[in-house]
Design a protein around this ligand. Structure first.
Ligand code: IFM
Length: 437
């Protein structure tokens, strides 16, 4: 061993993407949302994305150049079932072909069935808070099971369900743009049932491992001495980070965020329906109690003077280890399904990787069963409400020409993925020979 530490045997390095953020040419609820002027920059549009739909082969090669063994993508429901009950065989065949290509080049597909977006008919006809969503999602999941048959994928049924519900059903910031606690609670229960239905469909079609991707925040009280800030931190950690996983592992849903949202249900049927836990970790959030609505203020503070990341988040690798240790209680394998930095110059990303990998290995030494790390993201992409400002990509994309260029982190990622040793980043200024440019 030459490095500070080694990654465990079988541990996989990979990258993560989602369909809407990279593929382009998609007509769904989010495209409608954009036209309604609901983004920070009301005129911003995802449009052709970074044209991954037509550049898949090129992007697969870029993934191989990173020494990656896994690639996370999502299937776009709006492409597969553009009208309720009408499935697009061409889109289905195209997804199937690209997943087969991954297998041909030795890359394991990690496939998200639902990553924030919906076909345009969905919220109008069978929204999450109504039982009719169950049949819709089952039918979609059956189509996905056909696409994935025989490929032994890692499947994420829902990406960040808590974010979806908070954003879409509590704060009204993303589609369907509702602010209704009762509907949020029904939608939450239905998402869990849908997870289970998808599991049944996938497993009846063959071998697959199923989980969800949970966005976790390292919460801390904004005023360490303030009892209400501390109470908020406690509730947020339980409700935001753990409630969904708790319910899928124990069959008991318990959410309590006084003044914001509450839900309680016994769902014995969903108990034990996770094969792994997907963790999406980015930052720490300091919470401050406000005496009037919305009662909570979220602040990103630069406590260690490392500089906030460009999107404004604290760079807090220590929280990564803490969050992973919290997952130990479930006794399940853990995949890091997202971790990354919005670094618009690309210079800071290698040290971000190093500091986060160090914490990951520390959690592993303390007993967390870690199976893989997927960097968010392979490419710069469309960042939801923020539009085209942030740059999370290992590869920088020129948004005019769509040319992909390696950032300094590519060589460091490749060196680590191939050596499986943690080494401090060197000056990785130019791409290594053999890397696409
Ligand atoms: O871009 C998103 C992704 O779609 C879900 N997790 C967080 C990322 C960065 O905000």
């Amino acid at each position: 061993m030459n490095g500070e530490a080694s990654f465990p045997p079988g541990f996989q390095f990979g990258v993560a993407t989602s369909a809407y953020q990279v593929e382009g040419h998609i007509e769904n609820d989010w495209a409608e949302w954009e036209r309604m002027g609901r983004l920070k920059e009301p005129k911003a549009r995802c449009g052709i994305g970074v044209d991954h739909w037509n550049r898949f082969e090129e992007d697969l090669k870029l993934t191989q150049d990173l020494g990656a063994g896994a690639f996370r993508l999502s299937l776009e429901w709006a492409r597969i079932e553009p009208e309720r009950g009408r499935f697009d065989e061409e889109a289905i065949a195209r997804y199937r072909r690209r997943l087969e290509r991954m297998r041909e080049v030795g890359i394991r597909p990690v496939v998200t069935l639902h990553h924030f977006t919906h076909p345009r008919w969905f919220h109008r006809e069978t929204p999450w808070h109504e039982r009719s969503c169950l049949e819709s999602f089952r039918r979609y999941a059956r189509a996905c099971a056909g696409i994935l048959r025989g490929l032994d994928p890692l499947v994420i049924t829902f990406n960040e369900p808590t974010v979806l519900l908070l954003g879409g059903y509590v704060m009204g910031l993303i589609p369907p743009g509702i602010s209704d606690g009762a509907k949020a609670a029904s939608a939450l229960v239905n998402l869990m049932r849908c997870h289970l239905l998808a599991r049944e469909e996938l497993l009846s079609a063959g071998k697959a491992e199923l989980g969800i991707s949970q966005n976790v925040l390292a919460f801390a009280p904004d005023r360490a001495w303030h009892p209400l800030d501390r109470a908020l931190t406690h509730f947020a950690s339980r409700s935001y980070n753990h409630a969904f996983i708790d319910a899928l592992t124990s069959g008991k849903l318990r959410i309590s965020m006084p003044g914001v949202v509450g839900a309680r249900a016994d769902l014995p049927e969903v108990r034990g329906s996770l094969d792994f836990i997907g963790v999406n970790y980015y930052t720490r959030a300091h919470l401050r109690f406000l005496p009037k609505r919305p009662f909570v203020q979220v602040r990103y503070r630069d406590v260690h003077q490392r500089g906030l990341t460009h999107i404004g988040w604290e760079d807090y690798p220590e929280g990564f280890c803490d969050m992973l240790l919290e997952m130990k209680r479930y006794g399940l394998p853990v995949w890091i399904t997202e971790n990354g930095i919005d670094d618009r110059s690309g210079e800071r990303r290698p040290s971000y990787l190093y500091s986060h990998w160090r914490q990951l290995l520390q959690a592993q030494r303390q007993g967390v069963d870690l199976r893989g790390y997927l960097y968010w993201s392979l490419l710069d992409n469309f960042e939801w409400l923020e539009g085209w400002g942030p740059r999370f990509g290992l590869y920088r994309v020129d948004f005019d020409t769509l040319e992909r260029r390696p950032t300094p982190a590519c060589a460091y990622f490749r060196r680590t993925a191939l050596s499986r040793e943690l080494l401090a980043p060197q000056e990785e200024a130019s791409p290594e020979p053999g890397m696409a440019s």
